[in-house]
Design a protein around this ligand. Sequence first.
Ligand SMILES: [Zn+2]
Length: 272
Amino acid sequence: MTWTFAIRDDDTSFYTRPEELEHLYARVMELCPVSLAVVPFHLPRKPGYPYGAEQVASGPGIPLEKNAELVAWLKLHLTTKKVAIMLHGYDHGYPGIPEFAVEESRELQEKVDRGRAYLESLLATEVRVFVPPHNRLGQAGLEAVVSRRLNICPVQSMRLKRQRRWYNFLRQRYFIMRHQVLPPGLMFFRSHWEIPAYSLTPMSNLHFLRRALQQQAALGGLFVLATHFWEAQARLVTGGETVKEALYRLVDEAQKLGGQFVSLNDLCPCIS
Ligand SMILES: [Zn+2]
């Protein structure tokens, strides 16, 4: 039975060195394209400020192109389809809450337009998917993204207040109840598609992920693994493996189970 496997990796920005991505993905990219959620204008970070932490520095954001080495690396791997580019917010700011989690804002639509156009022109590629920073999307953020005909990659735990098609919602609930996994395939809402992802962080349980992957394989479904390159060396709290080892294990398992490896761009149609 055909089933699909994809990787989402968040937080590539001006601050990312190609070696950080290489370290985790050189081996994986031979098999599976890596869909990178990229921040086009990351806010300045304090020296030594870790990835993923709340931002405290103020703007202006630093354009991705200031990191020429990274841009060259991305372009190189885009030509061979080993990476795909998604939009990960605008500056990854955290003004009290994640930048796209606010309930009201007129700026967000403009940020989506500017961020997307910037990445598309700089990297000569097409952006079809939005990945919410900190996995949070408020009503204004949702409307901004959806009005721009972008698809969304949420994590399982993310709840959106949205105009949803009840059929999708009920189908999803029923499927989860019956099989204890996400439904196979994408979910189509009135204006966009959503691609449910399983997250791999130090808090994840590898046993649960392997079980979900095996179930999706058996059901002819979809398994999107969402992780961060900057957590590669961290150990899972419920096991001895590092995030990197867990990722390799899941990719190997997907290969053994005959998964079709795709990017999230390949999964989502262009609906603009
Ligand atoms: Zn992020």
